[in-house]
Each structure stands twice: as structure tokens, then as C-alpha cells.
Design a protein around this ligand. Structure first.
Ligand SMILES: Cc1ncc(C[n+]2csc(CCOP(=O)(O)OP(=O)(O)O)c2C)c(N)n1
Ligand SMILES: [Mg+2]
Length: 293
């Protein structure tokens, strides 16, 4: 019944029923991930807080009830005590609407490259449910959080909260060292990737065969969005890139470049079969920005 990640698109709250809700139950919720001001602007929601730690309080987050303790113990204990008064089937039509909206966004490719939705759709197609996906920070992360459907717990790691750029490439190496038999894919923007590009040497030396996708837009995509949303102009957000396939070669790993949308699927499949680290350069077009940053 999941209604997916919410809050990045305009009309989200209306769409998933937040606006009509009479009670919000927050489980394992941390402000730093998502400001309560966004979904409780008037501070009038009734809230139940279930977490390992007591709630942080703000004008927009005043829980009426708190259940503090290990979540995995609290939930089964609550199950025995609460009575089901209404079928949860009400959420199903909402889910259908959300999924339909996501699919309708698959859309056309832009002039500058592939649409982020299509890249993530193809990635979901190629990846197995147990493969691990790690995201860096930027516009690609917003898209991934919104659009990539995790099929099992602990298969998608996102650098949220403090949101440190540059985590995906070294994070992938660590994941692969920890679980050598698991397939590991990282997604970075060109900005974040170049912040820790030297770790390609580590990947080569440690023989960690991760697949590293670089969403190349020649800029700090999400910062550009924010500037455009606030000032209607952008400054200092564009930069040039090295040739990423040459760069991969210089580090002694495999490099791929996706030139046409139709190639993506087979390139991803080939990179995933590779026994050495890979870099996949994907031109991305962020010009259709639906987010309300
Ligand atoms: C270490 C660090 N520096 C700065 C930021 C602020 N920041 C967040 S997203 C972003 C731009 C990301 O650009 P890029 O990696 O190219 O990804 P894109 O948005 O283009 O997908 C910046 C500068 C940050 N989160 N972490
Ligand atoms: Mg970028």
C-alpha cells in the first residue's frame, strides 16, 4: 500500500491524502530528512510518534502520543493492542494514481541527454531485487528517491540528512568489500563524482567491481533548480567535464558512454557482468523540472 516517497512534487500532499488526513503516524521519522513544516504547515495535525528516540519538538511537530522503544518490538506490541476499525483498502486507489502519474512522467528525452526517469526505469529493469543501489546527492537523488522502486529492504542507500556529496563512489567500494558477491551500482552527478574521483584508484587496487553511473549535465543541477526557483537566474552552477571514458581508461578501469537512449539497457547489463570496476557516462537532461524545491 506504499504511496512512495512524497513531498518533492507540487500537489503531492493532495495526491496522497495528506491534506485530508486526521492523524499522522510517524515511524522512525527524523526532521533532518524532511521538515514537518512541509506537511503540517498550520501545525494542527494530530501526530503519533513511534521511534527508538523521543521526538524532537517544534511548532510543526507536537506528538500527542509517543511510543519510544525499538521499533521492531513496538510495532508487534501495538498490533496486539489496537483494533482495526476500517479496512486499509482506501489507500489502494491512491497508490494506483501515484503509480500512474510516475509512469506518465517517463516521457521524452531532452535535447541534452536522456530523461532521468527513463534511466532509472531501465536501471530497475536490469537490476535484480537483491542488488544494491547507492545514490550520491543532487538532482539525480531527488529523481531516484521519487522514481526508483526498491523491491526489498536495505537495497537502496541514499545520502540524505546531512547529504554529503561524493559518498556514492567510496560507499560502493565499502559495500562491495563487505559483500563481494553482491552486485553494487552507484549513481552520482558529475559534480559529486568528481569530488571523490580519486577513489577509482582504490576501486582498481581493491578489485571492487562496482558499476558507477555518472549523470552528466555539466553542472550542479539541483543548485541550479533552487536558484532558478528563487531568483529566476542561475550563477556559478555550470562547469566543464573531462571525457569520462578517457578518465576511466587513465585509471585502468572500464568506461562506457551512452550516446543513444536505446543503448542504455545493454550497456548496463554488460557493465554489471564485468569483473572490474566500471564507469558509465550518461548524458542527462534535467530541463523538465517538476520539483518544488
Ligand atoms: C560536500 C557537499 N558540498 C556541497 C553540497 C551542496 N549541494 C547539494 S546538491 C549539489 C549539486 C550536485 O551536483 P551534481 O553532483 O552534479 O548532481 P546533479 O544535481 O547535477 O544531479 C550541491 C553543491 C553538498 N550536499 N555536499
Ligand atoms: Mg550535475
Amino acid at each position: 500500500m506504499s504511496l512512495m516517497t512524497i513531498g518533492v512534487l507540487p500537489r503531492d500532499y493532495e495526491l496522497v491524502g495528506f491534506d485530508d488526513s486526521d492523524l499522522v503516524i510517524c515511524i522512525g521519522y527524523d526532521f533532518v530528512e524532511y521538515d514537518p513544516r512541509s506537511w503540517n504547515p498550520r501545525g494542527d495535525r494530530r501526530i503519533v510518534h513511534i521511534d527508538a528516540l523521543p521526538a524532537e519538538i517544534s511548532a510543526h511537530y507536537v506528538p500527542e502520543v509517543e511510543v519510544t522503544g525499538e521499533i521492531r518490538e513496538s510495532l508487534p506490541a501495538l498490533m496486539q493492542r489496537v483494533k482495526r476499525t476500517q479496512s486499509a483498502a482506501g489507500a489502494r486507489p491512491l497508490r494506483q494514481r501515484v503509480l500512474k502519474q510516475l509512469e506518465s512522467e517517463l516521457g521524452e528525452h531532452g535535447k541534452k541527454g536522456l530523461s532521468p526517469q527513463r534511466i532509472l526505469w531501465d536501471l530497475r529493469d536490469v537490476l535484480e531485487p537483491d542488488d544494491l543501489l547507492i545514490s550520491d546527492v543532487g538532482a539525480h537523488k531527488l529523481w531516484l528517491g521519487r522514481f526508483f522502486r526498491a523491491l526489498k529492504p536495505k537495497t537502496v542507500i541514499v545520502s540524505n540528512g546531512l547529504s554529503a556529496m561524493g559518498i556514492a563512489l567510496p560507499g560502493g567500494i565499502a559495500a562491495k568489500l563487505n559483500e563481494p558477491d553482491r552486485r553494487v551500482v552507484t549513481v552520482s552527478g558529475d559534480g559529486g563524482f568528481l569530488m571523490s574521483v580519486h577513489e577509482l584508484e582504490t576501486a582498481k587496487r581493491e578489485r571492487t567491481a562496482t558499476v558507477n553511473l555518472v549523470f552528466r549535465d555539466g553542472g550542479l543541477g539541483s543548485i541550479r533548480w533552487k536558484q532558478m526557483a528563487k531568483f529566476n537566474r542561475a550563477i556559478g552552477t555550470e562547469f566543464g567535464n573531462p571525457d569520462f571514458t578517457d578518465l576511466a581508461k587513465a585509471f585502468g578501469i572500464r568506461g562506457f558512454r551512452v550516446d543513444r537512449p536505446g543503448e542504455l539497457n545493454s550497456i548496463l547489463a554488460e557493465a554489471l557482468e564485468s569483473k572490474v570496476p566500471c564507469l558509465v557516462d550518461i548524458p542527462v537532461d534535467y530541463s523538465k523540472n517538476p520539483f518544488s524545491v
